[in-house]
Each structure stands twice: as structure tokens, then as C-alpha cells.
Design a protein around this ligand. Structure first.
Ligand code: SF4
Ligand code: SF4
Length: 202
């Protein structure tokens, strides 16, 4: 990549997008599509569209309630990036912040998560990026898919068996992709997929 990508800025745009700020997402798309020839960037763009659908376009609240919030109950600690921490620090008191662990240079959120009540996330409006991006960017879930992705087609994202919300998102997007494929005669680019989702939303 000839020009350097500012990953901190990219992550902040991604987090704002998942909070429903579509202007941030479009900015992100315009920056990253210049690097679409790199399989990892293209993977990231498709992944963001799945994350955006899960957080903004498709209502998965019933599925998450039915599941009971399994993704917050067990697994490795969740990374809390610097920009996440800054947001948490503005909104939490000292006692709440002390529930995070600091390991080397990074804060971690233990699981079971101390901010979950029943199936509900009590810090939903400012939860860490890693929570927002589950299950479509979580490294453990997608590692094998990223490693094998050659930039051709759309990654077949792995959704854990228990995550019925993630399955709903995948099925919904698969249907949109299949319709687009019939019109285009090929898989849609990330931008084409995003535009088709937006059109359906109207
Ligand atoms: S995101 Fe998936 S695993 Fe997490 S609560 Fe919702 S359905 Fe359950
Ligand atoms: S912060 Fe919220 S979404 Fe993240 S693990 Fe805790 S309860 Fe779950």
C-alpha cells in the first residue's frame, strides 16, 4: 500500500458507523475501496457491512433475548481499545472502570461480562468496538476465513452455532447478494452490496 492507512481513524469511523452514523460509514467505504485489491481490506469492508447490518439495519433484539446473551457470558476477555476506553472513561465512574483489566498496554473486559444484566448489555450505547463487531470480525471466529480469503467473492463468514442473531443477518444478506448476483452476473462489490441494502431499507 503506497499511502499509509491511519488505523486509529479507521477504527473510530467504524465504531461511529456501528452506532448508526452512516456518513462515517460512507467516508470509511470511500477511503478503503481504494485498497480493495488487497484481500484483507476487501474482507474488512464486507465484514463491516455485515456488522453494520447487525447493529443498524436488522433488528436482532428478539434473537438476542432468546439466546440469553451467550456471547457475553463466556470466552476470552474482550479487548477495549484506546478510543473505546476514552468513551468509557467519560461515562463511567471509577468503580465501574475498575471492572476492566489492564494487561500490558491494553484494557480487557472479562467474561462473564460485569456489565451484563440477564441478557441485556447495560452499557449498550457505548460498548466496546469488539462487542459491536461480533461475530463478523471477532478474530477467533473469522481467523481461518481471513487467512484463506484471496479477495475473490464474498467471505463466507463463520457464525457460531449459538448465535441466532448472526445467522439471521447472514441469511438476510445472502438473499440480497443472491438477487444482486442475478442482475450483475457476478458477486457485488462492497459498495454495491451497501447500496442494495440501503435501497431495501427505504
Ligand atoms: S449476538 Fe448472538 S450470541 Fe450474542 S446475544 Fe445475540 S444471538 Fe446471542
Ligand atoms: S459490554 Fe455489553 S456487549 Fe460487551 S460483553 Fe459486556 S454486556 Fe456484552
Amino acid at each position: 500500500m503506497s499511502q499509509k492507512i491511519d488505523f486509529d481513524y479507521i477504527n473510530q469511523l467504524a465504531k461511529r458507523s456501528l452506532g448508526g452514523d452512516l456518513k462515517s460509514f460512507e467516508k470509511l467505504l470511500n477511503i478503503l475501496e481504494k485498497y480493495e485489491n488487497f484481500p484483507q481490506v476487501k474482507f474488512g469492508l464486507y465484514s463491516l457491512i455485515y456488522q453494520l447490518s447487525m447493529n443498524v439495519f436488522i433488528d436482532v433484539s428478539k434473537e438476542c433475548e432468546k439466546c440469553g446473551g451467550k456471547c457475553c457470558k463466556s470466552g476470552y476477555p474482550i479487548p477495549v481499545y484506546e478510543f473505546d476506553y476514552k468513551e468509557l472513561a467519560k461515562r463511567m465512574n471509577r468503580e465501574e472502570l475498575e471492572k476492566l483489566r489492564r494487561v500490558d498496554n491494553i484494557y480487557l473486559l472479562p467474561r462473564p461480562c460485569p456489565f451484563q444484566q440477564g441478557w441485556v448489555c447495560t452499557i449498550h450505547r457505548f460498548k466496546p468496538y469488539a462487542c459491536l463487531s461480533f461475530p463478523f470480525a471477532t478474530e477467533d471466529e473469522q481467523r481461518e476465513i481471513i487467512n484463506n480469503y484471496d479477495g475473490k467473492g464474498i467471505p463466507d463468514f463463520k457464525v457460531p452455532e449459538y448465535c441466532i442473531a448472526g445467522k439471521k443477518v447472514k441469511e438476510t444478506l445472502n438473499a440480497i447478494i443472491s438477487d444482486l448476483e442475478k442482475c450483475l452476473g457476478r458477486k457485488p462489490t462492497p459498495k454495491e452490496l451497501y447500496q442494495a441494502i440501503m435501497k431495501k431499507k427505504k
